[in-house]
Write a protein that binds this ligand. Structure first.
Ligand SMILES: Cc1cc2nc3c(=O)[nH]c(=O)nc-3n(C[C@H](O)[C@H](O)[C@H](O)COP(=O)(O)OP(=O)(O)OC[C@H]3O[C@@H](n4cnc5c(N)ncnc54)[C@H](O)[C@@H]3O)c2cc1C
Length: 397
């Protein structure tokens, strides 16, 4: 496919929130740009699809905004194209006037303690990617004998993991959890989930709503030791941080009044505990939720990083917006009055917007049959076959 265009071409690598916000920022100032949103998956939306918990459909609703951007003139979705594998970063840079790196961070950080490589120890990314149907992570842990679970970490991902394990099948019925994962969790003999933080409760990173939700689960009671809750948020913190932490302490004081064992599952919040080793016996499953790292990408005047790839794995979906909008302005300034590059379309055959829509429609239709928002396709071949449908897999509008 060869064509010559007079517009600047921008490659955004990674079709997660940061990539979409960057595309939005570019189009606001330069609607004439040709923007390719490239993702290694045949599906867009990054961690909104593969990370955000399957029972938090409200959070996932942001994809409707992102979807609108995909239909803007000049914007092309190119799924199933991995930069560094299907096209080198150098080739990419040769073919585009600027490159925005929005590749996120999806390698589980290690605890660095003996026993971490044991088969019952899972990183949260691997575990949540399984629940969420990421095609690279189709096998989950064997839950059939799991009675005691340790969830290591004191952020919202730890709460997501504990909550999804603790919720009843009824509570998960309107989620888009992968059916096999949902069935395995419902059938598991889980009796206790310990959410373990190495620092005190006054330092937990939980947000108030997510922590409060742990107190309203049908088959699980949240408990914690009242000793140790007589603390205050650090005075050196900002006012919003102190308010958040203070409210968390109130919620935890409520949990401290609950009776362990009063529901089938006890979720126990444990603070000030560092695991120095993991050995079989104490827990049947350990899930580490201690952050992520990413892979390196090239640097250069024409390369701009955004989102988790730039800032590291912190913050919510909207946190990525400001940084992406700022990067978009830097790109526009960099383009300045440079002549647009010309040349053949640098991209290999990709899953285009129509292909993603075929996947979307198939998943939503499968979900409608069982009263769920969607049932995800989790197999690469099924995803690619469905994307292909009867039509072409690559086109430029
Ligand atoms: C488990 C979990 C739960 C979360 N829950 C919430 C929540 O409830 N609410 C909330 O607001 N935030 C939540 N977050 C945070 C939120 O998901 C992130 O802030 C956001 O997704 C980061 O956006 P990003 O675009 O930088 O990265 P990502 O969303 O990770 O997107 C990166 C994209 O780049 C693609 N990619 C990577 N490498 C390449 C390559 N070489 N070539 C092509 N494509 C590539 C990936 O496939 C991916 O689609 C959660 C995060 C996690 C991990």
């Amino acid at each position: 496919m060869t064509h010559r265009v007079a517009a600047h071409r921008i490659a955004i690598v990674g079709a997660g929130p940061a990539g979409f916000y960057a595309a939005d920022g570019l189009l606001r100032t330069r609607p004439d740009l040709r923007i390719d949103l490239i993702d290694r998956l045949p599906t867009p939306f990054g961690l909104v699809r593969a990370g955000v918990a399957p029972d938090h459909q409200g959070t996932k609703a942001i994809v409707r905004q992102f979807e609108k951007l995909l239909t803007q003139p000049g914007v092309r979705f190119a799924g199933n194209v991995e930069i560094g594998r299907d096209l080198s970063w150098d080739e990419l840079r040769e073919g585009y006037d600027a490159v925005i790196v929005a590749t996120g961070m999806t390698i589980d950080r290690k605890l660095g303690v003996p026993g971490e490589e044991l088969p019952f120890v899972w990183g949260s990314w691997k575990f949540i990617a399984w629940l969420n149907g990421h095609p690279d992570f189709r096998i989950g842990p064997d839950l059939s004998q799991v009675r005691k679970v340790a969830v290591i970490g004191n952020g919202n991902v730890a709460l997501d993991v504990a909550r999804v394990l603790a919720k009843s099948a009824d509570e998960m019925a309107r989620s888009d959890i992968v059916p096999e994962a949902g069935a395995a969790i419902a059938a598991a003999p889980i009796g206790e989930i310990a959410v373990i933080g190495r620092r005190g409760p006054e330092n937990a990173s939980f947000t108030n709503n997510e922590l409060g939700e742990m107190g309203r689960l049908a088959r699980a009671v949240a408990v914690t030791d009242p000793a140790g809750l007589d603390v205050q948020p650090p005075a050196s913190d900002s006012t919003p941080e102190r308010l958040r932490k203070g409210r968390n302490l109130e919620v935890l004081r409520g949990f401290a009044k609950n009776q362990p064992g009063s529901k089938p599952i006890t979720v126990r919040f444990v603070f000030n505990r560092s695991l120095s080793a993991i050995a079989p016996g104490e827990f049947d499953l350990v899930i580490t939720c201690i952050g992520y790292s990413g892979v390196d990408y090239p640097t250069g005047d024409d390369v701009f990083a955004v989102g988790w790839a730039r800032r590291g794995p912190t913050g919510t979906i909207p946190t990525n917006r400001a940084n992406s909008l700022a990067a978009a302005q830097q790109v526009v300034a960099w383009l300045g009055d440079r002549d647009p590059k010309s040349g053949p379309d640098p991209l290999p055959v990709a899953v285009d917007l129509a292909g993603w829509h075929r996947i979307d429609e198939a998943e939503v239709a499968a979900g409608a049959k069982v009263g769920r928002p969607r049932v995800k396709l989790t197999d690469w071949k099924a995803l690619l076959d469905t994307a292909e449908g009867d039509g072409p897999t690559s086109s430029r509008a």
